[in-house]
Design a protein around this ligand. Structure first.
Ligand SMILES: CC(C)(COP(=O)(O)OP(=O)(O)OC[C@H]1O[C@@H](n2cnc3c(N)ncnc32)[C@H](O)[C@@H]1OP(=O)(O)O)[C@@H](O)C(=O)NCCC(=O)NCCS
Length: 192
């Protein structure tokens, strides 16, 4: 079983490079050394060069991780990126953050101007080691910077426990249509 490291452990173990002002908290642009591991987990802004990596992570996370909670037909309907240019435009049109480890992008998330968090995906090989937590802390910091007091998202069955652990609550269970399939997710929110 893969060893877990919580956000606190990342920080306790390592080396908060960026700031001393926010002890115990992660910060955008920060780098945190992974305990017992090699290299540094870093969250930074998305650039156009990250487009294909984010697509690959999106598809792999759905096919290899969310697939435990959704049927094969639902996964097939969800795991599709038909328009690369539209994907690139969406990623660039809002603050998007990527997590990078050992020179590889391993997760990403974003924040829309109204507080909507649209994306939270972590590569299957890097699950359960605090990557999404670090991304979420970065998103929350960006929201605070922008004066956004509430973040909301549509969490998959797979992601709901993660968001709950990080202080989100469920507003409603919903069923959304995707390419002819109906997928369950949860409208969730967190006040900052
Ligand atoms: C959901 C997801 C983003 C979580 O990423 P992650 O990097 O593995 O999450 P973390 O390691 O930061 O986990 C943070 C906390 O959430 C908890 N958690 C995460 N996934 C969980 C699960 N499926 N069940 C229970 N707890 C879970 C962890 O136990 C951890 O809690 P702790 O640190 O307090 O012990 C990842 O599993 C994923 O990519 N899933 C597939 C794609 C998906 O459904 N994305 C969301 C679309 S809305």
């Amino acid at each position: 079983m893969r060893r877990r490291a919580t956000q606190a452990q990342w920080i306790a173990a390592g080396t908060i490079v960026h700031s001393t002002a926010m002890a115990g908290r992660a910060r955008a642009g920060r780098r945190v050394r992974r305990r017992g591991g090699t290299g540094v987990l870093q969250v930074r802004r998305y650039t156009a060069d990250d487009c294909d990596d984010t697509i690959a992570i999106f598809l792999a996370a759905i096919r290899e991780v969310a697939s435990r909670d959704y049927s094969p037909a639902e996964i097939e309907a969800w795991a599709k990126v038909e328009d690369r240019a539209a994907w690139a435009e969406r990623r660039s049109s809002r603050p998007t953050f990527v997590a990078e480890h050992a020179g590889r992008v391993i997760g990403f998330s974003d924040l829309e101007p109204d507080g909507h968090l649209d994306m939270m995906f972590v590569h299957p090989a890097n699950q359960g080691i605090g990557v999404a937590s670090l991304l979420l802390e970065t998103v929350e910091e960006e929201a605070r910077k922008q004066g956004i007091g509430r973040i909301f998202t549509e969490a998959s069955l797979t992601a709901r426990p993660f968001f709950e652990r990080r202080g989100f609550s469920v507003i409603a269970r919903q069923s959304v249509e995707k390419r002819g399939q109906r997928l369950t997710n949860f409208r969730m929110e967190k006040f900052l």
